[in-house]
Design a protein around this ligand. Sequence first.
Ligand SMILES: O=P(O)(O)OC[C@@]1(O)O[C@H](CO)[C@@H](O)[C@@H]1O
Length: 310
Amino acid sequence: MILTVTLNTALDLTYAVPALVPHSSHRVNEVTERPGGKGVNVARVLSALGHDTVVTGFAGGSTGTVLRELLGALPHGPTDALVTVAGNTRRTLAVVDRSSGDTTQLNEPGPHIGAGEWAAFLGTFGDLLPRAEAVALCGSLPPGVHVGAYAELVRLARSAGVPVLLDTGGEPLRRGIAARPDLVKPNAEELAQLTGAREPLRATRDARRRGAHSVVTSLGPDGLLAVTPDGIWRAAPPATVRGNPTGAGDSAVAGLLSALAEGLGWQDRLARAVALSTATVLAPAAGEFDREAYEDLLPRVAVEQHTPAA
Ligand SMILES: O=P(O)(O)OC[C@@]1(O)O[C@H](CO)[C@@H](O)[C@@H]1O
């Protein structure tokens, strides 16, 4: 099975409004409520692709209960191995402006995690690891979880011999990358913050030198840039699509993991990641993708290898 970790799970609300105007009142045309947080989205996409998937992390309070009910109601959804905590799982709000096509994201900080709750999580993580063929560590850290948490989890996965992917930002990324994960998937902003470089290739190479085996940078509508021991690759969708980009990065992670689990090489991993993230922009909410668009896009993703070795 594939294990995804979401330490800061979220009940994701998406509001669609005709136009978002600051300082004014809005009528919301459409509301969706989904079980979210980055690793939960990754797991939802993986299970929709037919992979046996388990989610762990934290959930608590009334929002945590709703999140778990929604997760449990998904047909063929991921298995819930979340650790129950005293605090309330956070909500996040994505406001989609139908006139411009832009999305505005508001994320609550999440519940405070106590030392006993972190210890309980480590127990669950340790029990699940031996069964995992890959593990993804995704998203922000809730208050109370130490900033080196991902570095600690990367080391545990590595000593269990399980390939580990890290998708986070800021100091947790800086420390996590130094623990030598197999794969890191920053976006351009997270990468610039980490390396101080804006030019994507330079920044991605710099990130890799900090400890990751491979780095795949998401460049939004321009696709993905991968710096790997087997070479440098660029993968781009055939055309830019308009929609809600929330969760597109999570679907890229799901694509990379799904192809990795099937023993496919970089060409197929990147094609799958780009097709899935583009098909997610066309779906109403994070953790979902337009299957017809995915199947249509997959053979049309342009993947180019730039040099034989990084
Ligand atoms: O605060 P984080 O953990 O960085 O991001 C959380 C989040 O905005 O990311 C997902 C989209 O990628 C949403 O489902 C989710 O609520």
